[in-house]
Ligand binder design. Structure first.
Ligand code: ADP
Ligand code: MG
Length: 392
């Protein structure tokens, strides 16, 4: 059960509501290139508008380093949101100040305000109380709906929320419920698929998941690092040098439940895909790189996934951005879409990989979070969630 108050539990009529969304989306040539996170915020915004609230939205985008950087303006998100929600969205070119206070005060029902990137102010990442106070000033209620930013205690995720009544939006609720099912009593066999670039970022989550995982299937740079730790000559494959010691420790402790690739798609360089070939894992040609799982490995992983009760997947199992090395990641995505298990996927690049395939709808939960997803699974408290009022 979700243990925080939500927008269902409070009076909304006429309220000036500050909604922390996560619109940290890819923008290309001034246009939002992937609107998944914006789409995910729509149920909350519809509910607020439908109940007479006046929503003002704030978010960060990228890493502007505490000063305005027009490349990282949220303006493109206003256009994308307007298309999705079918209500006027007024974009404000700052997130605090007298102009914002007046605009919020005078706001007509039925419209939304979107504030400029909160990280244009150095106080955002420092959770500066003055910035938090100014963000909060014209509002009566805080709605935390930025699950993907909830692992950061910043002015717009935590500081502003502390200044007024603060409740969860529907996305926050849906994320927590979707992921709680993995931590509390997952249907067995519980299988994890982990890939991606680094091991270092994911050690905590692996250790935590290994308490309940029956089997961990590994791909990507993560597999390369574990293979290297086991003494396989991975040649020039991407590995996480700094985590080789940890990798050895993980194999030592959990090796009997960890599955590693038995074959791989390799190439001399990622851009020399014409030379790509499949080899047994002990036969990576000198100076070549492992760039995707091989078919024999995928067959083995498929059998495990087909009999799973619960599956969690994070991290592409190959360099999926290139077609020649995307087969493994695609096949995992297709499999998860058709198996009976309760399926959850999270991670920035993993989400992108799914979007390319359009299989997200068929999964039980696709998290909008990267870091927040991993920290939640690790059992860490998310400050942006903890700040919301507990349900009585
Ligand atoms: P996520 O954001 O979903 O948690 P990561 O950030 O950990 O995932 O890693 C994603 C990146 O890992 C992708 O850009 C992908 O190209 C890369 N990757 C996966 N496998 C390999 C590989 N074998 N060689 C090089 N890069 C890889
Ligand atoms: Mg990533």
């Amino acid at each position: 059960m979700f243990d925080r108050k939500t927008i269902r539990d409070v009076e909304l009529e006429g309220k000036h509501v500050l909604v922390r969304v996560d619109y940290n989306v890819p923008v290309e040539d001034g246009v939002v290139a992937n609107d998944r996170r914006i789409r995910a915020s729509i149920p909350t915004l519809r509910h607020l508008l439908g109940h007479g609230a006046r929503p003002t939205l704030c978010s960060h985008l990228g890493r502007p380093g505490g000063e305005p950087d027009l490349e990282l303006s949220l303006k493109p998100a206003a256009a994308a949101l307007e298309e999705l929600i079918d209500a006027p969205v007024v974009f404000m070119d700052d997130c605090i100040g007298a102009g914002i206070d007046t605009a919020v005060e005078k706001m007509n029902p039925g419209i939304l305000l979107l504030l400029e990137n909160t990280r244009f102010h150095p106080g955002e990442k420092k959770n500066d109380p003055e910035l938090a106070r100014q963000l909060a000033r014209p509002h009566d209620l805080f709605v935390g709906d930025a699950f993907a930013a909830a692992h950061r205690a910043h002015a717009s995720t935590v500081g502003a929320a502390e200044q007024m009544e603060a409740v969860a939006g529907f996305l926050m609720e849906r994320e927590v419920e979707g992921l709680t099912a993995l931590v509390e009593d997952p249907a067995e066999p519980f299988v994890g698929v982990l890939g991606g670039a680094k091991v270092g970022d994911k050690i905590g989550v692996i250790r935590r998941l290994m308490r309940s995982l029956d089997r961990l299937l590994v791909g990507g740079g993560m597999a390369n690092t574990l293979l290297r730790a086991r003494g396989v000559a991975v040649e020039r494959s991407l590995i996480d040098e700094d985590s080789l010691g940890e990798a050895e420790a993980l194999l030592e402790e959990f090796g009997d439940r960890i599955a590693l690739p038995v074959d791989a798609v390799v190439a001399p360089e990622p851009d020399q895909e014409c030379e790509a070939r499949t080899v047994g894992i002990d036969n990576v040609p000198q100076d070549w790189r492992i760039l995707d799982l091989g078919p024999e490995t995928l067959d083995q992983y498929q059998r495990v996934l087909e009999s799973a009760g619960t599956i969690v997947w994070n991290g592409p199992v190959g360099m999926f951005e290139r077609d020649a090395f995307s087969a493994g990641t695609r096949r995992i995505g297709r499999l998860l879409a058709r198996v009976d298990a309760y399926t959850v996927v999270g991670g920035g690049e993993t989400g992108q990989a799914l979007d390319r395939q359009n299989v997200g709808e068929a999964l039980d939960h696709v998290s909008t979070g990267g870091g927040a997803f991993l920290e939640f699974l690790e059992g860490k408290q998310l400050p942006g969630l903890a700040v919301l009022e507990p349900r009585a």
